[in-house]
Design a protein. Structure first.
Length: 211
């Protein structure tokens, strides 16, 4: 059986990972170390659940929404399409979304390179028009290679709310820089964190097998 290629599309989560301004950065403390005479290495981490590659739960912007441990997992598993887009006015163009009729999951690469250590306030966002198009088409999941579905300066966070109310799962901070356009199998499960508004995700794409 031919081994199917895997693309790791997750950011590395560590002290150098860029953090949304004002949010909690990643830190790690060693509780036990072998080189200090302990029997094993044990560490404790402290981090915002929105650092690195992560999935937003509905309750992130909707008080009545489900927490990440309550979301349906099937949205995060299955066939998806990767699309390379040229942002228009800082947004993913609505017409790009409307070409995806029949798709269930879509990931959008807006940059040919990716540096998780740098936070760029001018990142490409999804925007309200694209979000409404995604809901109308019945997409189950959308993902971006940027920190947020909404712009850095957004106060209303309308795209998040439209997608989450429409039952569309959200992935942010993906690294799609090495992934060609096309169809893949997505595996991007959130951690089962009780009552959480989001979760770090180890997201991978796998080459599709023969039909």
């Amino acid at each position: 059986m031919k081994r199917r290629r895997i693309w790791d599309i997750s950011e590395t989560l560590g002290p150098e990972t860029a953090t949304w301004p004002g949010d909690s950065p990643f830190t790690r403390d060693w509780v036990m170390r072998i080189d200090a005479g302990n029997s094993c290495n044990v560490s404790t981490v402290h981090t915002s659940v929105h650092n690195g590659t992560h999935g937003d739960a509905p309750m992130h912007f909707l008080d009545e929404g489900a927490s990440i441990d309550q979301v349906p997992l099937d949205a995060y598993l299955g066939t998806c399409v990767v699309v390379h887009v040229e942002p228009e006015g800082g947004f993913v163009p609505e017409h790009v979304i409307r070409r995806l009729a029949g798709e269930e999951r879509a990931l959008f690469r807006t940059n040919a390179s990716h540096d998780e250590r740098r936070f760029d306030e001018e990142f490409c966002a999804f925007g309200e028009a694209a979000a409404r198009a995604a809901v109308e088409l019945g997409l189950r999941l959308v993902g971006l290679d940027t920190p947020s579905i909404d712009h850095f300066t957004s106060k209303e966070m309308t795209a998040h709310k439209v997608l989450l109310r429409g039952g569309v799962a959200i992935l942010e901070n993906l690294d799609l820089s090495a992934v060609p356009e096309g169809h893949y199998e997505l595996i991007a499960l959130p951690l089962k964190i009780a009552g959480s508004d989001a979760s770090p995700i180890r997201a991978v794409l796998r080459e599709l097998g023969d039909a």
